[in-house]
Write a protein of this length. Structure first.
Length: 318
């Protein structure tokens, strides 16, 4: 399986990890697990070859080096052949020529994304899937530029998580976003690819916020309103969600990590599309106006030092 990822930034590397590390985990499987999967592995070559494409040669080399170092740390020493499964290039034809799926991750305005996708499509086989990171462009709008929009689909790895949930862990969720033009075969092939790689693909329709953003932002906004109404301290609210609901990180800490300015923008966009239930809380607007943006400024809903909250948790105060 050949995967071409267009873009060497954080999102591009995130998708590369999603492809590489799902299969890396299987290297350390037990003998019984390996034997059980032996026939399936022989019949379907699910170990991917990932090619990162970018226009800056230094950025491409740095991204590949980072991935190779992480992969080396994940797998057993005798599995160094896996290090050969990631390459980088500044030549688009080389990147996409043999790809089974191409994932566009570079953030630009819609018209630029459309031009890029149309240029990529000219280089693809008829069966190759052309995916767009769903936060780069609306999949339905982006697909309108293609000769064969039925091959277009959106994907998103940006699901709620925490510093403890890394891209090198398997079993995470990838949203597969069906554009209006997407045909069933494209959906089936895409979900099959990510399923084979050890992830959980969830098919959603192309709608504002999708599943993950709607639920994440709704929880974070309600937690902010609880602070605003003096229901409890931010640390206490996060403790309830972490300890009571099993979340790896509470909603207020998660919002701080994302950047409160980013959260304000995201809520404003959803409110414009979906109505007042996503209207940003007044306390969020006040914090952004005051420059308290979360971890990047050291203060948001929580207080931060060295990327960790230091404002205390329930039961720890003397």
């Amino acid at each position: 399986m050949d995967v071409a990822i267009l873009g060497t930034g954080a999102v591009g590397q995130r998708f590369a990890r999603a492809c590489l590390f799902g299969t890396a985990a299987s290297t350390n499987a037990s003998p019984d697990e390996t034997a059980a999967d032996e026939n399936h592995t022989a019949e379907t070559d699910t170990e991917p070859h990932v090619t990162l494409y970018g226009s800056d040669a230094t950025a491409v080399m740095d991204a590949v080096d980072a991935l190779e170092n992480e992969l080396h740390n994940q797998v057993e020493s005798e599995s160094t052949d896996r290090l050969d499964r990631v390459d980088g290039t500044t030549d688009l034809d080389t990147a996409v020529g043999d790809a089974d799926i191409v994932i566009e991750t570079r953030a630009e305005d819609l018209e630029t994304v459309r031009r890029r996708l149309a240029g990529v499509e000219e280089r693809l086989d008829d069966e190759t899937i052309l995916a767009t990171h769903a936060d780069v462009a609306d999949p339905t709008a982006a697909a309108a530029a293609l000769e064969n929009p039925a091959r277009a689909i959106g994907v998103s790895r940006d699901v709620p998580g925490s510093p403890a949930q890394t891209d090198t862990q398997t079993g995470g969720v990838i949203e597969v976003v069906r554009a209006v033009q997407t045909e069933d075969a494209t959906v089936d092939t895409t979900t099959g690819i990510f399923d084979d790689l050890g992830w959980t693909p969830v098919v959603v329709n192309d709608a504002p916020g999708r599943i993950s953003n709607r639920l994440r932002l709704a929880l974070e906004a309600e937690a902010m309103r609880a602070v605003e109404a003096d229901v409890a301290a931010p640390a206490a609210i996060d403790d309830v969600v972490e300890g009571g609901f099993g979340h790896a990180e509470g909603p207020l800490a998660a919002a701080d990590r994302a950047g409160l300015d980013n959260r304000l923008e995201a809520l404003e966009e959803l409110a414009a599309e979906l109505g007042e239930r996503f209207e940003p809380p007044a306390i969020l607007r006040a914090k952004v106006q005051a420059g308290d943006l979360g971890t990047k400024t050291g203060s948001g809903f929580r207080e931060w030092e060295d990327d960790q909250p230091v404002d205390g948790t329930v039961g720890t105060e003397s």
